[in-house]
Design a protein around this ligand. Sequence first.
Ligand SMILES: Cc1cc2nc3c(=O)[nH]c(=O)nc-3n(C[C@H](O)[C@H](O)[C@H](O)COP(=O)(O)OP(=O)(O)OC[C@H]3O[C@@H](n4cnc5c(N)ncnc54)[C@H](O)[C@@H]3O)c2cc1C
Length: 286
Amino acid sequence: MDFLRPTTWEEALAAKADRPDAVPIQGGTDVMVEINFGVRRPPALLDLTGVAELRDWSMTGGMCRLGAGVPYAVVVDRLGDVLPGLAQAARTVGSPQIRNRGSVGGNLGAASPAGDSHPPLLSAGAVVEVESRDRGVRMIPATEFYLGVKRSALEQDELIRAVHVPPATGPQYFSKVGTRNAMVIAVCSFAIALHPGERRVGTGLGSAAPTPRRALEAEELLAAELDWESPLDPALARRFGELCARAAAPIDDVRGAAAYRVHAIGVLARRTLAWAWTDHLGKRAA
Ligand SMILES: Cc1cc2nc3c(=O)[nH]c(=O)nc-3n(C[C@H](O)[C@H](O)[C@H](O)COP(=O)(O)OP(=O)(O)OC[C@H]3O[C@@H](n4cnc5c(N)ncnc54)[C@H](O)[C@@H]3O)c2cc1C
């Protein structure tokens, strides 16, 4: 197995263009597991840890630009105020060791329907920055990034450079059901982001369909019927939960039954909306 070790972004793009069969590796918390278990034996690994810029984040053009290699630990420690939904999700990933190495870019690269970054990225309206040497930069909205189980819009010669996430303008929550409290892949998960300026609520479902996805009908319901000045109508919250559950299309697997996942998504959606609404009204009263 060849081991390619670029030290600049340009070198990384050139290496990927010349060797499209090279598998990028950042934290290695997915790649090394697959290699160790014989799931794949790539002809080459493209080690991105020498490209320092991938571990940087910045506020750029009103967006938080998170380099693809920023580990979860940094999201938790530094970005809790700016990206609360993503930071909550990051807190639930693996263990401290996994959060020190694992990255949001790696979660996107793996594109697992159970990846914890995806629901908050969807609910916040994130955009994934990808690039190839020969075709340049593409900005892919998170809603268009996930194509199938562990399949994304990323082409063979492309690398993920960053993800751009709008800073929170309202309360955000992430909630995950697992078979224990830590070191657990989601049975299902849900993220909500209130966008009070736009009178809009964003959603993200995890581990509840072949890809992470939004509950569009549920979002439309709230856009049409939510009164942003008043306490939450319990009947509206119930209908929101039902529409979120209806957006799920899960499978039965070792972690949970499809029917349970549908039910749990409805509960998570209703609960997170109630939590976010309490924060929203509390902020207005303060
Ligand atoms: C013990 C354990 C617990 C875990 N718990 C969780 C959990 O709770 N929640 C969760 O979501 N995940 C969990 N994971 C999975 C894993 O940690 C995450 O998916 C993590 O985000 C992967 O990031 P990484 O940097 O380690 O990616 P890597 O393993 O380096 O790469 C992952 C994938 O992304 C690709 N890739 C990496 N960087 C790029 C790039 N810049 N451009 C293009 N492709 C790229 C790789 O080729 C590979 O396909 C766990 C893993 C382990 C081993």
